[in-house]
Design a protein around this ligand. Structure first.
Ligand code: ADP
Ligand code: MG
Length: 897
């Protein structure tokens, strides 16, 4: 049996609800036994042995000051780590588990991203969610209802991307939900005490924390519509309390939000549009592109805005006017950027003050950031900005309280404090009388020692005399060998060295004791005063948070304005109509890299000139996907309150943006299957309303051609309300199934546009301009001709095409049936089906199907994706090494088949 330290470790471990225990022993946190092995392997730490009770135990340790990065690495790998701190109680050392660190409750001062802990509970068709960022005190709850509540809850989870998720008791066995949540969000699932989710208990927890404020935001409900939100919020709070991270007091307020006021962006859409990360991980996301924020908090807010576009006209107009005013005032904007670059993360500093982890440097940053307020005011006091919402952002800040706190800190803190908080030097003179007196006595005692040598030399007449101090001897008088015999009687020898002798005097001993006493008293008092100061800051956590949020908002608005000016973006007009009218629109990310060809987009729902559903055709690589994504991004940016990449834009507000990229394009990136494509198509067909914008890119392409056409055809009919009487969403549908262009003739509101390409001197030039009408269907045949496909094939292809267009039967060359008649096939534009020769759903052979460029017969998707990339590769533009790598990659992908 282990005893002593190791025994204590195992006892503590047993009582802690954690995977690992870090136990403080002086300047180290130690792990023992299996924990040491685990930590050693995960963090590459040296594991040694310690014997205890006749057995050997593994042991690994990290320095006390270095614990946070190790904790972070461990919780990111999914471990819960209990931390037992060492307390000294009248000479006795005692150890207690002070906190349990989990992914959602880790406070790491070096991190700038939001770190959300999420709770989710379900009652029937109601799902409640709460999101709490312990590092900033941001706390929000909501409820989603309806038959698709679980789906909508997943959308919210994806928006917040929590690092830790606590499902309530009802959801713990809901494998489908939990699996999908984890597919979409890289999160750790924690099964927390079910009691914390109980309605009465949750309500009580919220009341304790927020008092009447909980009620005023509607989270006081144990049984009504918001009961699920109340339960989720209460459980989140209880969990943070229980893990003991000590930041509870920085959770100063809770807000609820209504997902219906936001634009629905399902997880797939957020990913497809590459809002905050790209699909491949390489290149720039929208956020990367438009982010000119100076502060970490500004960066967090910008990300939040981009992933949560709004339907609220008033709020959008406010943001727009703020951006417009800042965009128009270059000088003020520059000044703001300059000032903001000196601002620290007040929300973070608030929780660090509350949890007691803020050092003197952190409080100095609080002081300096608060000191920016008057300067920000001055910067905003210009003709253009004074009355604008940009200046209005700071209005909510309690200036007086901010100035008071700043002054308190300015009066208290020394200018250049050390990194440790226990060794003095933190506070300045004049802050505390008692401290001043101690400091004065301390310094005069030191001065006495410093001048002692002079005095002794004078008195004794010994020239080779000095006074010094070291660890073993303390203070001493040192006299050169030759004079050592002449020292006065009060000198007491303590050490003989080669060339000198060391002495102390009773007086010096007395001074030494005094100095030590004063040093200790000064350090203790200073630390005490510093803690009081930090507590005063902690008490103003709400103030810091409100200043922090205001500064973040200013930063975000300035960032949007800066991007708009640098890239010639325009302020979109927002309307409640269904119109979408963009002149010379661009793709916000692609325009950064290439000479971009701007394109118009016009969709409207007037009955006489209805353009609700655009079928976008054009050769491969011509720019279809880019055009559709840019359209979605323009709408999204407009509903963020940003300017948009266009010369002019009128945007009818949408309630949701849905995108689906055909499985083939996704397959190329190894991310998707046809099944997933269809599930998501199904989700869109169910969820999109007449106020939604739907982007379908090559949907149906992940299966064999005729399957694909049929699905695309039917989905088009459904979405364009040909089959139903419900008003349909605005849809952009890119397809290489030219057959679908025929729909425009049959269904009102469906129109064709295509991306133009031109052939000149045997070269194909992509013009990148989107024009009305369907692609010239002979384009593909033309390419075949250019590529040297034999003449008879080309002319036969033209013949087949002509007949297809005219809905004529095509006789199949060279295949006589038993009865002697020619086999015939017709593609019926009215039904979207091939028919004839007794075969209704498949072409007679590859030939008819290859009429349109020869690329659509049923190759397997992976092969087709390789071919697509091969076609899309510009040999002259690609460096040889890259080409080589591509070819190797293609070969290996083909071999996998
Ligand atoms: P498609 O979907 O038709 O196959 P993409 O939209 O993927 O084509 O476009 C292919 C490439 O063409 C893009 O990577 C982009 O660099 C370029 N591109 C697309 N649209 C434009 C444009 N309007 N101006 C300039 N380049 C463009
Ligand atoms: Mg494409």
């Amino acid at each position: 049996m282990a005893d002593g330290i190791v025994g204590e470790f195992f006892d503590l471990k047993q009582g802690a609800e954690a995977d690992l225990l870090a136990m403080q022993m002086g300047d180290f946190y130690e792990f023992f036994g299996d924990d040491a092995e685990t930590v050693g392997a995960e963090l590459d730490l040296k594991v040694s042995k310690r014997s205890s009770g006749g057995e050997n135990y593994s042991m690994a340790g990290v320095p006390v000051d270095d614990l946070t990065p190790y904790l972070k690495a461990l919780v990111e790998r999914g471990y819960r780590v209990a931390v037992a701190d060492q307390f000294e109680d009248g000479g006795d050392i005692e150890r207690r588990v002070a906190r349990v660190v989990t992914p959602g409750t880790l406070v790491d001062p070096t991190d700038t991203d939001a770190r959300y802990l999420a709770t989710v509970v379900r009652e029937g068709d109601r799902v409640g969610l709460a999101f709490l960022d312990v590092t900033t005190g941001q706390f929000r709850a909501t409820a989603v209802t309806g038959p698709d509540a679980r789906e909508r809850a997943l959308t919210e989870l994806y928006r917040f991307a929590p690092t830790e998720l606590l499902p309530g008791p009802e959801l713990r066995n809901d494998d489908a939900f939990l699996t999908r949540a984890r597919e979409r969000v890289d999160t750790t699932l924690t099964l927390h005490d079910a009691e914390a989710f109980a309605p009465g208990r949750a309500r009580h927890t919220l009341r304790e924390q927020f008092g009447a404020a909980a009620e005023s935001v509607g989270l006081d409900d144990a049984s009504g519509a918001d009961a699920v939100a109340t339960r989720a919020a209460g459980a989140a709070l209880a969990y943070v309390d229980e893990t003991g991270v000590g930041v509870l007091a920085s959770v100063t307020r809770i807000g609820t939000y209504d997902p219906d006021e936001q634009v629905t962006l399902d997880a797939t859409t957020q990913r497809n549009l590459e809002l905050v990360e790209t699909m491949t991980g390489a290149g720039q996301s929208l956020l990367d592109t438009v982010d000119h924020t100076e502060t970490a908090a500004g960066g967090r807010l910008l990300k939040e805005w981009l992933t949560r576009p709004l339907q609220r006209r008033g709020e959008l107009a406010r943001r727009q006017s703020g951006v417009a005013a800042l965009a128009a005032d270059a000088m003020a904007r520059e000044r703001l950027h300059e000032l903001l670059s000196g601002a620290s993360d007040l929300e973070r500093l608030a929780s660090r003050s509350v949890s007691g982890s803020a050092d003197a440097g952190a409080l100095l940053r609080v002081r300096d950031t608060l000191a920016l307020l008057p300067e920000l005011d001055a910067a905003l006091d210009t003709e253009r900005l004074r009355e604008s919402p940009a200046a209005g952002v700071l209005e909510s800040v309690d200036r007086e309280a901010a100035a008071d706190l700043r002054e308190t800190l300015a009066e208290a803190l020394a200018e250049d404090p050390p990194n440790t908080v226990t060794q003095g030097g933190l506070l300045c003179r004049g802050f505390d009388d008692e401290l001043d007196e101690l400091v004065e006595r301390h310094e005069s005692a030191l001065e006495w020692v410093e001048t002692l040598a002079e005095r002794e030399k004078r008195e004794t007449g010994l020239s080779r005399l000095s006074v010094d101090r070291n660890k073993t001897d303390g203070y001493y008088v040192q006299v050169g060998k030759s004079q050592a015999d002449d020292v006065p009687e009060r000198y007491e020898a303590i050490k003989t060295l080669k060339n000198s002798e060391r002495f102390v005097t009773p007086e010096l001993r007395e001074k030494e004791r005094e100095i030590l006493r004063l040093e200790e008293a000064r350090g203790e008092l200073e630390y005490e005063l510093f803690r009081e100061l930090r507590e005063r800051v902690a008490e103003r956590a709400d103030l810091l948070q409100s200043v922090g949020r205001a500064v973040a908002e200013l930063d975000t608005l300035a960032s949007l304005a800066t991007h708009a000016v640098r890239n010639d973006w325009t302020r979109p007009e927002l309307t409640d109509s269904d119109d979408l009218d963009v002149t010379a629109g661009r793709h916000p990310v692609v325009e950064q890299d290439v000479e971009f060809v701007p394109n118009d987009l016009r969709m409207c729902t007037d009955t006489d000139d209805e353009r609700r559903f655009l079928v976008v055709t054009g050769p491969n690589m011509s720019g279809k996907s880019t055009y559709m994504r840019q359209s979605a991004l323009i709408v999204l940016l407009a509903q963020v309150g940003s300017f948009v990449p266009a010369d002019r834009a009128t945007v009818g507000l949408v309630d949701g943006i849905y995108t689906r990229v055909g499985a083939l394009d996704e397959l190329a990136q190894g991310r998707s299957t046809f099944m997933v494509e269809m599930q998501e198509l199904s989700n869109i067909l169910h969820s999109a309303t007449e106020d939604s914008l739907v982007i379908l890119d090559e949907v149906g392409r992940g299966t064999a051609t005729y399957d694909g056409i049929s699905i695309a055809w039917a989905a088009t009919e459904y979405l364009s309300s040909a089959q139903s009487n419900v008003a349909s969403p605005k849809v952009l549908f890119a397809t290489h199934y030219h057959e679908l262009t025929g729909l425009a003739e049959h269904i009102d509101g469906v129109e064709n546009v295509h991306v133009a390409a031109e052939e000149r001197d045997g070269d194909v030039t992509f013009l990148r301009s989107v024009v009305d009408g369907a692609t010239d269907r002979s384009y593909g045949i033309h390419v075949a001709e250019l590529a040297g496909v034999p003449d008879p094939v080309v002319s036969r292809a033209r013949e087949v095409l002509r007949r297809l267009r005219e809905d004529e039967a095509i006789d199949v060359l060279g295949s006589e049936r038993e009865g002697g008649e020619t086999q015939q096939v017709v593609f019926d534009l009215g039904t979207g089906q091939f028919s004839g020769g007794g075969r209704r759903d498949a072409p007679p052979d590859g030939r008819a199907a290859t009429a349109d460029g020869g690329k659509d017969d049923a190759l397997d998707p992976a092969t087709e994706s390789v071919l697509d990339e091969l076609r899309g590769t510009d040999v002259n533009e690609t460096p040889p090494v890259e080409l080589l790598a591509k070819v190797q990659e293609w070969q290996s992908r083909l071999e996998e088949e």
